[in-house]
Design a protein around this ligand. Structure first.
Ligand code: ASP
Length: 354
């Protein structure tokens, strides 16, 4: 660890300790050297099927990138997950726009798509951008045309469930427009009035390390609910929503993308690891950078803390892993040592009672 990063880390830790809420570390600092004895795959909470699938594939000899992509494809294709791929919450026009990127550690290559419409698996399109173009990133109509050229099936990604959420948002978010909610609210699945308007950030990041110490990662999302059409979050941005360095490890993020973009989040995590921090320490370091750079009053609570959450996930090329969040309460998915499970994030602040 350099003097700078060590001091920075201790300052960070001191500030956290002062709040009295430094959670029990989930970091596997024991695995700082050598390579893991089996695959280590980390993901967001909604990626529990992804970590299972990816680890199984890696154990059978699959490339780490193919494995994490196959893992997140399960969730991208799942209409019940409203934060990724098919069934994602649409933009303010009712159109689902997807962002994704991939990085392959062994070959140092990357691919990305943003504001992609009508394709359930943007992660696979991002992989094609990496493999079959001289570019890193394609957006909007150009990304769709590229996907079409490669035979990706086009579908309306707006499920009935997501359309109803969007319509309810449209009819209720202002009383100064001409959209009126029904006088008798729709009945939900339990026969009671369904008034929920889900509004969220939501994404899958999935990173893996194999027995040879090879690392790869993918991040995929439908982004911020009811976003301005064309809004691009951190998920498809190399260095923000994902960064992989074969000499260090792989890291990714979920949560408020604007905060992650401004701090080059995943890259910050990897650079901190390069200078000697463990994955959990590095994730906390990047979160603290976000807290420090959130100056806008509208984004801060009365006590000055951010009124949003960001989560980082990281695995080193030695198989150490960690996940950290600004706020307590969540869990990440991990497949390590032959078991697939959720573990609590280390966090900066205890979430207040609602
Ligand atoms: N980071 C994603 C975005 O800002 C959303 C999320 O992870 O919840 O688009």
């Amino acid at each position: 660890m350099t003097n700078l990063s060590r001091r920075d880390f201790f300052q960070s830790t001191a500030a956290i300790a002062a709040t009295g809420v430094l959670a029990a570390a989930t970091d596997t600092t024991k695995a700082q050297t050598g390579t893991p004895s089996g695959p280590v795959v980390i993901s967001s909470a909604n990626g529990i099927r992804a970590t299972d699938k990816a680890a199984t594939m890696i154990r059978a000899g699959a490339d780490t990138l193919d494995a994490v992509i196959a893992g997140v494809n399960i969730v991208e294709r799942d209409p019940e997950d409203n934060s990724v791929g098919y069934g994602g919450i649409p933009n303010e026009d009712g159109v689902v726009e997807l962002d994704a990127c991939v990085m392959h550690g062994p070959t140092c290559r990357a691919g990305s798509v943003a504001s992609l419409r009508n394709i359930k698996t943007p992660s696979l399109v991002a992989q094609k951008v990496m493999e079959r173009t001289d570019h890193v990133m394609l957006v909007g109509d150009g990304a769709s045309r590229f996907a079409r050229a490669h035979g990706f099936e086009e579908t309306n990604l707006l499920t009935e469930k997501a359309r109803k959420h969007w319509l309810r948002w449209l009819e209720n978010h202002s009383n100064q427009d001409d959209w009126l909610p029904p006088e008798v609210p729709d009945k939900g699945q339990h026969g009671t009035a369904d008034l929920t308007v889900p509004f969220h950030y939501g994404t899958i990041n999935c990173c893996a390390c194999n027995e040879k110490g090879e690392v790869s990662g993918v991040t995929t999302t439908s982004g911020l609910s009811y976003k301005i059409p064309g809004r691009v979050g951190d998920s498809p941005i190399i260095g923000a929503g994902l960064y992989v360095d074969r000499h260090v490890g792989a890291a990714g993020s979920t949560g408020r993308g604007e905060a992650v973009i401004k701090t080059c989040g995943a890259h910050t995590v990897i650079e901190a690891m390069r200078h000697g921090m463990s994955p959990t320490e590095a994730c906390l370091h990047a979160l603290k950078r976000i807290v420090d750079t959130t100056t806008e009053k509208r984004l801060r609570r009365k006590d000055g803390r951010p009124n949003f959450d960001v989560k980082f996930y990281a695995v080193s090329n030695t198989g150490a892993y960690g996940g950290a969040a600004i706020w307590s309460g969540g869990k990440f998915s991990i497949n390590q040592g032959g078991t697939n499970r959720h573990e609590p994030y280390t966090y900066l602040y205890e979430r207040p009672e609602p």
